[in-house]
Design a protein around this ligand. Structure first.
Ligand SMILES: Cc1cc2nc3c(=O)[nH]c(=O)nc-3n(C[C@H](O)[C@H](O)[C@H](O)COP(=O)(O)OP(=O)(O)OC[C@H]3O[C@@H](n4cnc5c(N)ncnc54)[C@H](O)[C@@H]3O)c2cc1C
Length: 197
């Protein structure tokens, strides 16, 4: 599969989804981000970001969103209503963004109930208080439906911004690696990926 033609839909633009979108785009994939702008980060005052001073959650969202324009991520405001398996991938249905077909889907919808009636991902009881339910994944964020990944609070990660962002990076690394057929990590200098002499 050519990464140049690989299209990925990220559903949810909070800590996890925005981070996933950034790394997917940096990995060369074509990314469509859908978000209702209801991230719980908007209520947070962050005193615990590694290496950072205190930051309002809204500021972190703005910073993460700001990275996406330069990476040509297509942003669609509003709710995704359904995801259906079709020949060659998945159809994303939303009133605002129209229907598009993608090869991979990243679910990053946070702590609410996942309402995508045609998508039969395996779910389980939530690990965290206040969370309606978790989508079950493997270590790399893969769900029971091949091609569909989940991250952040939805996937059972602890509700802490840096953890959820990291889980978004993790699924992006896995999808880029899968799409390109070789293991990928986002390093600024490819020499760092080579074996030490
Ligand atoms: C009051 C409060 C204080 C907090 N304080 C801290 C703190 O000090 N430090 C810290 O590290 N963490 C803190 N957190 C936790 C942190 O905000 C979360 O861990 C983090 O935001 C979770 O990221 P997420 O991407 O999983 O979910 P979210 O950030 O909630 O993002 C989910 C996104 O998905 C979108 N969405 C959902 N369904 C759809 C759909 N069908 N279509 C399109 N979009 C959809 C939502 O609109 C939302 O934007 C706090 C949380 C709260 C509530």
């Amino acid at each position: 599969m050519s990464s140049e033609t690989t299209r990925v839909a990220v559903i949810g633009g909070g800590a996890a989804g925005l981070t996933a979108a950034m790394f997917l785009a940096r990995g060369g994939l074509q990314v469509d981000l859908y978000d209702q702008d209801r991230s719980i980060l908007k209520r947070a005052r962050l005193l615990n970001l590694p290496g950072q001073d205190e930051l309002e959650g809204r500021e972190l969202l703005d910073q993460l969103r700001g990275k996406l324009d330069a990476l040509n991520v297509a942003s669609h405001e509003g709710r995704v209503d359904d995801v259906s398996a079709v020949a060659g991938g998945f159809q994303i249905s939303s009133a605002q963004g129209g229907d598009i077909t993608v090869s991979y889907v990243v679910l990053a919808t946070g702590q609410g109930t996942l309402r995508l009636p045609s998508l039969a991902v395996q779910t389980g009881e939530a690990r965290q208080p206040f969370v309606k339910g978790n989508v079950l994944t493997d270590h790399w964020g893969a769900t029971s439906v091949p091609g569909v990944y989940a991250c952040g609070v939805l996937a059972g990660w602890p509700s802490q911004a840096v953890v959820c962002a990291g889980s978004g990076a993790n699924v992006a690394i896995e999808i880029v690696s899968h799409a390109t057929g070789s293991f990928w990590v986002d390093h600024d200098d490819t020499r760092l990926s080579a074996d030490p002499e």
